[in-house]
Design a protein around this ligand. Structure first.
Ligand code: NDP
Length: 325
């Protein structure tokens, strides 16, 4: 079987396509024939070596995949069953989805819900799953379609674009923030009513600014998130899941103590199984057919390293789908 393998020589990460056997795979109680994987921001950091994602080499990257069960020692899964895997450190410290087979722990697998096929599941991928968790965080915070406009930052990215589509499907009025003017039509087609330039959110924020947003999903962090927080309505919620613009947060306590703003962190890696299954079920129900046509670029395994570099240069729009077999 073919696998993208990362090695480390003199502190440099080298990615190459190799032929492996099933015996090379790490321990686990389910062997999956991988059909589709995705290329996420974290994968791009791992593959290029630009982020300290991987500590033990050799490593097969790929933090998400879909496929069919080849063999299972857990009676809850049977041969031929379609499954999804995202998170749990797979592709970081356990060999991941950018290979034609993966051996994993059955506790990490989600049975493919009705309404999805393995390709659609990976168009959604970790990014879309995270977007759903962010929407659920806004719902938990009491944000409804009647509350007002909801902002999505880093909107052209995998998380942002799915968040726009999900919010639209739920009846929210969505405003997208993007650094790419050329993506305005794309974002409006996904469901954004308006698209604001990222430059409007890049300047230093005052502690409190005019109240504009009933909810926000932030994939960017740093000054952009600080600006968003300063503009939130009284009693609103921000779901923060990303750091595409940096990991700092130059803000003050003012939005929290004077406007009752709730900042909810979102992690998709260790999400408990029940919430995972609920999120996947809702994704299957909510995303319109058009989403699967608009938001994905398909590549083969041998192109993964090249596209990873382009992704870090912000030259990729939406999800990158890797056809593994
Ligand atoms: P993408 O690279 O697909 O998208 C990120 C988007 O952010 C870009 O498309 C761009 O959108 C915007 N952006 C890029 N660079 C900058 C910058 N320097 N300053 C401001 N905005 C920028 O990534 P994903 O959508 O897959 O992930 C988004 C973030 O969420 C990442 O930081 C990722 O690590 C994180 N993440 C977190 C997860 C979790 O479990 N918490 C799970 C998945 C992802 P535009 O051009 O429209 O501005």
């Amino acid at each position: 079987m073919q696998a993208l393998v990362l090695d480390n020589t003199d502190g440099k990460t080298l990615a190459s396509l190799k032929t492996l056997t099933t015996d090379d795979l790490p321990a686990g109680n389910v062997l999956v024939d991988v059909l589709w994987s995705g290329l996420n921001y974290k994968d791009a950091l791992a593959i290029t070596g630009k982020g300290k994602i991987i500590r033990n080499f050799p490593m097969v990257p790929g933090i998400d995949f879909s496929g069919t069960v080849h063999h299972s020692e857990d009676p809850r899964f049977h041969t031929g069953q379609q499954v999804i895997l995202t998170g749990w450190g797979v592709g970081e410290n356990h060999w991941g989805g950018l290979a034609q087979q993966a051996r994993v722990n059955s506790e990490w697998l989600v049975p493919l819900p009705d309404g999805l096929d393995p390709r659609k599941a990976m168009i959604i991928g970790t990014a879309g799953f995270t977007a759903m968790l962010c929407v659920m965080a806004l719902e938990d915070g009491g944000v409804t379609p009647q509350s007002g406009e909801v902002l999505v930052t880093g909107a052209s990215g995998g998380v942002g674009s799915t968040a726009v589509a999900l919010l639209k499907a739920l009846g929210y009025r969505v405003v997208a923030v993007s650094g790419r003017e050329s993506n305005e039509a794309y974002l409006k087609a996904l469901g954004a009513e308006r698209v604001l330039p990222r430059s409007e959110f890049s300047a230093d924020a005052r502690p409190l600014e005019k109240q504009v947003w009933a909810g926000a999903i932030d994939t960017v962090g740093d000054k952009v998130l600080a600006k968003v927080l300063a503009q939130m309505d009284y009693n609103s919620t921000v779901a923060a899941c990303g750091l595409a613009g940096g990991y700092l947060l130059p803000t003050t306590v003012m939005p929290f103590i004077l406007r009752n703003v709730r900042l909810q962190g979102v992690d998709s890696v260790m999400t408990p199984q029940t919430r995972r299954q609920e999120a996947w079920k809702r994704l299957a129900q909510l995303l319109p057919e058009s989403f699967y046509h608009q938001a994905a670029t398909e590549i083969s395994l041998d192109k993964a390293a090249e596209v990873a570099a382009a992704l870090l240069e912000n030259k990729v729009t939406g999800r990158t789908l890797v056809k593994v077999r």
